[in-house]
Ligand binder design. Structure first.
Ligand code: 5GP
Length: 193
């Protein structure tokens, strides 16, 4: 059996490109790049929150992998909870609509909350999440996103911790999907235009 038997994601002859759902993607951030930056973010958060026990609110599905690695880089006590929003479906562009599919379970009143996202694109989802969580009266509310596409962000959301700023192109891998597949790629790939 081949080591990587991915039905709709295939390596091409160029080891830096893959095909996913019939489109070509180029390797953009390696697992090592991601781990190094995630460790830096974890260290910064550990320092900023050294006098408290923050709760990470991870946004499913995309942020599950980043959240796991970020938590391993945090050296102070911290908690985690999850919320889930509707996804892009099979599309590469935002539908412009956000709905909540799963709420958080934790009581965040008086807590220091860090929302953990895989990517902020238009900012609509983050604005929606902040509007949902703020009335729950956290002591503080900050945002940590692995990726940010500044050129396409239309909603004014504060991004306190950003891993990488990237161009306005569709990316997959490391939790980020294309029609639900490709999340298991250890590296992040960008649409090869
Ligand atoms: P926004 O609401 O900021 O436009 O988009 C946020 C959500 O859209 C992200 O949490 C992610 O699920 C999805 N998204 C935005 N850009 C990309 C992208 O380039 N690739 C993938 N796979 N998902 C994206």
């Amino acid at each position: 059996m081949p080591a990587h038997d991915l039905t709709d994601v295939t390596a091409s002859s160029d080891e830096h490109t893959i095909q996913c759902r019939g489109e070509r993607f180029r390797r953009y951030l390696t697992a090592q790049d991601i781990q190094a930056r995630t460790a830096e973010l974890g260290a910064t958060i550990s320092s900023d929150y050294r006098n408290t026990t923050p709760i990470l609110v991870s946004v499913l599905n995309g942020a599950f992998m980043f959240t796991a690695d970020l938590m391993r880089g945090i050296t102070i006590d911290c908690e985690v909870d999850f919320l889930k929003l509707s996804s892009y479906g099979d599309a590469k562009v935002s539908s412009g609509e956000v709905t909540e599919l799963k709420r958080i379970d934790a009581n965040i009143e008086g807590r220091d909350v860090i929302i953990v996202e895989d990517i902020v694109d238009t900012g609509l989802s983050m604005e929606y999440i902040i509007e949902k969580l703020r009335p729950l009266k956290p002591n503080s509310l900050r945002v940590c996103t692995l990726l940010h596409k500044p050129a396409s962000t239309q909603h004014n959301v504060p991004l306190d911790y950003v891993g990488f700023q990237i161009p306005d192109l569709f990316v997959i891998g490391y939790g980020l999907d294309y029609g639900q597949i490709a999340r298991n790629l250890p590296d992040i790939y960008i649409l090869d235009k």
